[in-house]
Design a protein around this ligand. Structure first.
Ligand code: PMP
Length: 415
């Protein structure tokens, strides 16, 4: 295991932490990699890689089924990872954490299981104007199936939700408000605590898409007061193919299964099936065992640094990034909310984002160009795509200096 805890001085030493991430030290096209695509997927630190290797080399077997030593070990690690994630999110019990393959599956689980039993003809499902497609499409499909209406909290030009419009949307027919805590396209941080309180006051429940929040700030689901919270492991130093849904126990108790088969049952006959206890009722089939174990290691790793320290380091770095990029002539920022995290999105006059992305890649800079699975946001700003640089705690000011210099080179090429 890495000894990041002891090695990290007060404040956050990104240069030391970078050494925990083997992928960051490589060269790309002969240039030192500058990795600014963290909103798509973060890099993996050594302790997470080690936990995966250890499982595959030592404990590899199925969970919850075997009495043999390897299966016991795998089960212990799988369940211990759940407890660590429960504490990371400050959920009140491990049964409130369901392993999924990512935020997308977590939201689909809620739309399909909770939605099927709580949303009927004429009901309203409320999302926001800045949602990722994975927090739009599952609700759209649900609304089509049930004859319900999808309502949208609008946003202003800065990319901030117009919450004065929320009460108007929260009619007695409102069943759920599903909103992102941090926009992956704009970086806007939404006041989800307030949104959850207002949803509850109107008799609705609240789902928070935490995919872009959990990697960047402390999350306390009890303090947020949300009913559901979705996250993806691969955006927070964990393996790919693993994520989680937090859901309040009372809701999980009464929700029907999402998928069915092995492990989610306590008894099966051709006449009748009894479902397993929580959270296994929602974990049909062999789960992503290695992924969950790796996720436990990722949570330990993040906590060894401290989410408070990560948040304050990153917000200072984001300020620097914004300042550095705003100074570039011909750069139009997309999303200028007062409260932002993790992301700077922009376009450069007369350079198509796809061309810019290619030129930046040749200079070793990895970032994302496209619609970021948020086409309604692109439409709002009248663009088909943006260039998005997204940071993690292992990025430094030098990464944004390199980005700014590379953009100037691109501008010369296209001049
Ligand atoms: N919501 C947000 C805000 C996201 O940024 C993403 C990933 N880009 C998702 C949901 C979906 O996450 P995943 O692809 O890991 O399921």
């Amino acid at each position: 295991m890495s000894v990041t805890v002891a090695a990290t001085p007060p404040g956050l030493d990104a240069r030391t932490l970078r050494r925990d991430f083997p992928a960051l030290s490589q060269k790309v096209h002969g240039r030192q990699l500058v990795y600014l695509d963290n909103a798509a997927s973060s890099q993996t630190p050594r302790p997470v890689i080690d936990a995966l290797v250890r499982y595959y080399e030592h404990d590899r077997s199925n969970v919850h089924r075997g009495v043999h030593e390897l299966s016991q070990r795998a089960t212990d690690k799988y369940e211990s990872a759940r407890i660590r994630l429960q504490r990371f999110l400050n959920a009140s019990q491990p049964e409130e954490i369901v392993w999924t393959k990512g935020a997308t599956e977590s939201i689909n689980l809620v739309a399909s299981s909770w939605g099927r039993t709580h949303v009927g003809a004429g009901d309203d499902v409320i999302v926001s104007a800045m949602e990722h497609h994975s927090n739009i499409v599952p609700w759209q499909i649900l609304c089509q199936d049930r004859g319900a209406n999808l309502r949208v909290i609008p946003m202003n030009e800065a990319g901030e939700l117009q919450l004065d419009r929320l009460d108007g949307l929260l009619s007695p027919r409102a069943r759920i408000v599903a909103v992102t805590q941090v926009s992956n396209a704009l970086g806007t941080v939404n006041p989800v605590r307030e949104i959850a309180a207002r949803a509850h006051a109107a008799g609705a429940v609240c789902l928070v898409d935490g995919a872009q929040a959990a990697p960047h700030m402390p999350v306390d689901v009890q303090d947020l007061g949300c009913d559901f919270f979705a996250l993806s492991g691969h955006k927070m130093c964990g393996p790919t193919g693993i994520g989680a849904l937090f859901a309040r126990r009372a809701l999980l108790e009464e929700m029907p299964p999402y998928q069915s088969g092995g492990d989610m049952i306590s008894s099966v006959s051709f006449e009748k099936t009894e479902y397993n206890e929580l959270p296994y009722k929602f974990e049909a089939g062999t789960p992503m065992i290695a992924g969950a174990i790796g996720m436990g290691a990722a949570v330990d790793y993040l906590q060894s640094i401290g989410m408070d320290r990560i948040a304050s380091y990153e917000s200072e770095l984001l300020l620097y990034a914004v300042e550095r990029l705003d100074a570039i002539q011909g750069l139009r920022p997309i999303g200028t909310a007062r409260s932002r995290a993790g992301v700077v999105s922009f376009e450069i006059e007369s350079i198509h984002p796809a061309d810019l992305g290619t030129i930046l890649d040749r200079q070793g800079i990895a970032l994302r160009v496209g619609h970021h699975c948020a086409e309604p946001v692109m439409r709002f700003y009248g663009v088909s795509a943006t260039t998005r640089a997204s940071l993690a705690f292992y990025n430094t000011r030098a990464d944004f200096d390199a980005l700014a210099d590379a953009i100037e080179i691109a501008k010369e090429i296209f001049a």
